[in-house]
Design a protein around this ligand. Structure first.
Ligand code: PLP
Length: 380
């Protein structure tokens, strides 16, 4: 992808560029994996539920994975009955149960109490399963560790193992990792599942291994292929994976323009026409994004700042070879996952314009304006 051409062609910034070629490449990697081991692939739409993304993914995958009624409705519009729709959430509401279960094909209850409250209410089209907390932590930061102490996600494996409810479910679901670049956590988790449930797994129709693995960044897929093939051989069940970030993160980029430059306490500040509004995780987790224009030992160091009133609305300090100028365009890379979906209009700044890039062509696919902001905040 030629970022200079992209910058020349984006008339409206901030601009979110969806690289469809790169996305198809990610999907082809998964498709090959599917052929090699027979797993089924769902796209976890919460990473970026843009309809264009769902349409591009649809021919390569077996369905979508969703977290709520709204996500289920949107995914269903795109799927139109052709594929699986899996849901797990701590937030199932009794007033949504009927509408929800008319849409989804698979549901993993998050707790035994949720199971006991809902499993007897008819849901003829939905295969009912349970999310297990395997009690294996592979993440140091508890903010996104599903197996943290006192976790709210999934039924404790030590409890589920002894519960008779396990005999009434058709599937199990696990998800206990984030941005993993090797399969060791999965291998260990499945080992534990086998130790606890053994031959009982053969009574299930399906096992959902969750998301969290960056398949496109893992070179050796053999441990995964072996693991899935063994599961299918030993227990004769469908094995699903539901990646989000692995499909979308490296396919999204944000083009932004420098709109002011000044010196503060001896350091140069560049104010951008974007902000952490457009990628709240930069602030939440204090992450520094990769910038297309940064150089490893640049002579000019600049603090890239967002344009909202929040003092901590900063992207970090970046090195450049030359001083920046007002009007320069910069590109934050790997901006695809968990960015736009969490974006907001704090301070009244607009959301990015969205472009699709494919075969060296850039097409504008969505532009927000004052009417969108107005509709959100004007009382009915
Ligand atoms: C968030 C989530 C996913 C997708 O995770 P990625 O890290 O984007 O691959 C899949 N399954 C569940 C249950 C999740 O919570």
């Amino acid at each position: 992808m030629d970022f200079q051409t992209i910058k020349n062609q984006t008339s409206c910034t901030p601009a979110f560029i969806l690289n469809a070629d790169a996305m198809i490449n990610n999907l082809q990697i998964l498709n090959t994996l599917r052929q090699q081991c027979g797993c089924k692939i769902l796209y976890s739409i919460k990473a970026l539920p843009l309809s264009t993304v769902l349409e591009i993914a649809k021919p390569f995958i077996d369905g979508f994975s969703v977290s709520s009624l709204f996500e289920a409705k949107l995914a269903n519009e795109i799927l139109a009955g052709q594929g699986s729709l899996h849901l797990t959430t701590p937030g199932i509401r009794s007033d949504e149960w009927q509408e929800l279960t008319a849409l989804i094909t698979h549901l993993s209850f998050n707790s035994l109490t949720q199971f006991q409250r809902f499993s007897s209410i008819p849901a003829p089209q939905t295969s009912l399963g349970m999310r297990v907390n395997p009690k294996l932590s592979f993440l140091k930061d508890d903010r996104f560790n599903p197996c943290r102490p006192h976790s709210k996600l999934g039924v404790d494996i030590d409890v589920l193992w002894q519960s008779s409810d396990i005999n009434q479910v058709k599937g199990l679901h696990i998800h206990n990792i984030f941005s993993a670049t090797d399969f060791t956590p999965l291998v260990k988790t499945i080992e534990k599942l086998r130790q606890y449930f053994g031959a009982e797994l053969a009574q299930l129709d399906w096992l959902n291994l969750g998301g969290g693995y960056l398949f496109n960044q893992i070179n050796d897929h053999r441990p995964f292929i072996k693991l899935v093939a063994n599961l299918k051989h030993d227990y004769n069940l469908d094995v699903f994976i539901e990646p989000g970030k692995a499909i979308i993160d490296n396919t999204g980029h944000l083009v932004t323009t420098v709109i002011d430059l000044f010196v503060s306490d001896g350091k140069t500040i560049a104010v951008l026409d974007t902000s952490i509004n457009h990628h709240p995780e930069v602030f939440e987790y204090q992450r520094q994004l990769e910038l297309n224009e940064q150089v490893s030992k640049g002579r000019y160091s600049v603090i890239l700042a967002g344009s909202t009133c929040l003092a901590g609305d900063l992207f970090g300090e970046y090195p450049f070879n030359e001083p920046l100028n007002i009007g320069d365009k910069l590109v934050f890379k790997n901006f695809g996952a968990y960015s736009l979906i969490k974006a907001n209009r704090f301070n009244g700044y607009n959301l990015p314009t969205i472009y699709r890039y494919q075969n060296q062509q850039l097409t504008k696919i969505k532009q927000y304006d004052y009417q969108d902001y107005r509709q959100q905040w004007l009382a009915d």
